[in-house]
Write a new protein. Sequence first.
Length: 541
Amino acid sequence: MKDWNTEGGISDCCLWDGVSCDTASGYVIAIDLSSSWLYGPLTSNSSLFRLLHLQKLNLAFNNFTSSTIPSEFSKLSRLTYLNLSFSMFSGNIPYEISRLTNLMVLDLSGFSYYWYVRQGQLGRVITQNMTNLRELYLDWITFSSPVPDIFGNLSSLTHLSLRTCYLLGELPKSIFQLPNLQYVDLSGNGLTGYLPEFNVSSRIKYLSLAGNSFYGKLPDSIGNPKSLNFVDVQRSNFSGIVPPSLWNLSQLSKLDLSDNHFNGQLPYTIGNLGKLTLKLLYLDNNNLSGQIPSSFGKLTQLNQLDLGSNFFSGQVPTSLLGNLTQLQYLFLDNNSLSGQIPSSFGKLTQLNELDLGSNFFSGQIPSSFGNLTQLLYHLDLSSNSFTGVIPSSLFELRLGYLRLDYNQFTGSLNISKLYNLNFFSAIGNNLSGPLAVPPMFTWYYSVSGNRLTGSIDPLFCTLFQLKYLDLSSNNLSGTFPECFGSWASSLTVLNLRSNNFHGKMPRTCGNGSQLTTLDLSHNQFQGRSQSHLLNAKGLKF
């Protein structure tokens, strides 16, 4: 705004940055000063409120130092566009805003601890006289009141966003009957009751109802908006079967039904769901059961698929693995899936994360896992019944997270090639051989409950980021490395329980230590516990 002056600058205000004028009359009709580093209060006597021909005003992303919104905005009766979002206003939003009956776009989004509408007064701020209103954004404003019925009468509305506003009660039954509504975000509120029915000719493309407390089923009419592209109802307390009409929405790119109480089996028609468009599908943390339909293989554009924490059973269909070559995230954990891991897993070369934990998978890990070398970072195979030697190809991946707990793996560990590894756990297997030294960036290392032998290699002392070390219930022996004292300064948990260690703890252990848990029981240590261990604040023996 350096050029906003008439002395030595540009004399014609219509040429100033952010200002637009009517070419015929010369009146200022638009001001856009969004993200302009404005600072200080906006007062009721500001010359801004004398611009009576103003049609568009954008003051978003500035800092009006927690001043209240002046009621004088109502003088700008020709406004069709008003955006005051994230501009650090505070206090009550004045009901005089409702006098701006020519508004098409109103954005007052902010931070809930600054802005609010007095309880029960939302219907005075947004009234049925605003018949031209097309886009309404009131995100993160504290309302603590129900959605007024008049919201269901704003027939011109195309965009409605009331995210995290502490809205209560039930939605107006006519809300999804609005003929022009395309974008709805009511997430993060406390809405209850049954979800209203959708218009048979609904044009809604974006629907987010996440984080509410609805009850009952999703209405089958949710399949009426054939142009639906985005549906998010996670953590919304819905129950019953997923409406069959939902599986026929061919334009969906994201569907999130996670963390609800949906039950029943998935139909074969799920393969019709956004066949050419669906990228993200989350069905986790529900009560879904039965086998995973082979028609999943038709969803060839999927990037992320989460079926975790359900009651799916049977084998993983080979079509899912053979055709979904674009998958980056696949979560099948906490189900009742069984059988051997198909070698076709090796075709998922774009995977970043794979979680098969807490199922009934058995047999050996196929060598085709070695094909996942490029991108796979997170791998969880824990709590299954895998057997045999861990294939060497698994230790050549670029893994940062590897969990193999509670299986029946045998053989020795060779994790030194996992240069990116920072989390490794192989609790409760039949692993044998010497204790492997993890890569230098590892912060979590647990191999308890195996048959590992030998001593602690002095190379452990180079692991300065190691915070959690559990070597309990093995056949390890020997003494602590002399360098243990300086190395242990990063540790918070050290568990050496039930081994054959002997000798004394080095005197430096405990000085400046971050230890919270230390378990040396059931070994052959000698001498008294040394008093300097008390220097470790929060230590539990």
